[in-house]
Write a protein that binds this ligand. Structure first.
Ligand SMILES: NC(=O)c1ccc[n+]([C@@H]2O[C@H](COP(=O)([O-])OP(=O)(O)OC[C@H]3O[C@@H](n4cnc5c(N)ncnc54)[C@H](OP(=O)(O)O)[C@@H]3O)[C@@H](O)[C@H]2O)c1
Length: 250
């Protein structure tokens, strides 16, 4: 008997990095997992490696109509949601003087509005005692050069997690926030490009900023998500959980 047998989960942004590792962990643990992301081919390839109970639903979290369609697919399968992970997100990498209105709208549109729409559209399908997991970032707790808009969008997500924990508690639904430190994913490679740095140099700089002196692995975030998704964390809600190698703790 696997720990998530009979459970249904939705993981947004599951074609890559942390979301992909979380979806794979849930699938390995026996759950049926609905995966989202905008790039259809990447999403289907990711789902294919996770077995028959991994269902790709290409969609954009910043569009309400797309999330309605995701919920329609889940509902048509006769499923309810035991776990929702609002993971889809992206960074900006621009200093105050360079931030454009389009960048601001894009980052907040995906990270903040996308998290809100994901959870809001899931509400009707959430089971009693469901677990909702949001993704923030250690940049919320530091002043990181060029990450201002990104950090602010994630600070809003952390705040929403508190409010939703209060609002959904009467239904027995828990809401928790995972705050990763530097995790080796394609997103970090993209930032290195944007900063004109090699991936290796950026990894070294980020690793040096942690107490454990290394980058984290997506599977290490997935292990925390598995804990928060399951009954072992039944008395934990509204909290922020760091998986950051001690980056903002030590
Ligand atoms: N890596 C880190 O060090 C780190 C640290 C702190 C927090 N985080 C957070 O962890 C989460 C995952 O990051 P990651 O590093 O795994 O990034 P990643 O490897 O770039 O993966 C991001 C995923 O989100 C999807 N996505 C992006 N925009 C989307 C949209 N509008 N609608 C639906 N899906 C979308 C991407 O697929 P498509 O492009 O195909 O849509 C991809 O599957 C993000 O919220 C990020 O902010 C990461």
């Amino acid at each position: 008997m696997r720990p998530m047998n009979g459970k249904t989960a939705l993981v947004t942004g599951a074609s890559s990095g942390i979301g992909k590792a979380i979806a794979r962990r849930f699938a390995d643990d026996g759950a049926r997992v609905y995966l989202t992301g905008r790039r259809k081919d990447e999403l289907e390839a990711a789902a294919e490696g996770m077995g028959l109970d991994a269902v790709p639903v290409p969609s954009d979290v910043s569009r309400a109509a797309d999330l309605d369609r995701v919920m329609d697919v889940i509902r048509a399968d006769g499923r309810r949601l035991d776990v929702v992970v609002a993971n889809a997100g992206l960074g900006d990498g621009a200093r105050l003087q360079d931030v454009t209105e389009e960048q601001f709208d894009h980052v907040f549109g995906v990270n903040t509005k996308g998290s809100l729409l994901t959870v809001q559209k899931s509400l009707a399908l959430l089971t009693e005692s469901a677990s909702v997991i949001l993704l923030a970032s250690t940049t919320v707790h530091q002043g990181v050069d060029r990450m201002g808009v990104y950090a602010a969008s994630k600070a809003a997500v952390r705040s929403l997690g508190r409010t939703w924990a209060a609002e959904l508690a009467p239904r027995g639904i828990r809401v928790n926030v995972i705050t990763p430190g530097p995790i080796a994913t394609p997103a970090i490679d993209g930032l290195a490009d944007r900063f004109g740095q090699s991936t290796q140099d950026l990894h070294a700089a980020l690793a040096a900023d942690t107490a454990l002196r290394r980058m984290g692995r997506p599977e290490e975030v997935a292990a925390l998500a598995a804990f928060l998704a399951g009954p072992e964390s039944s008395f934990i809600t509204g909290a922020e959980h760091f998986v950051d190698g001690g980056q903002v703790q030590v």
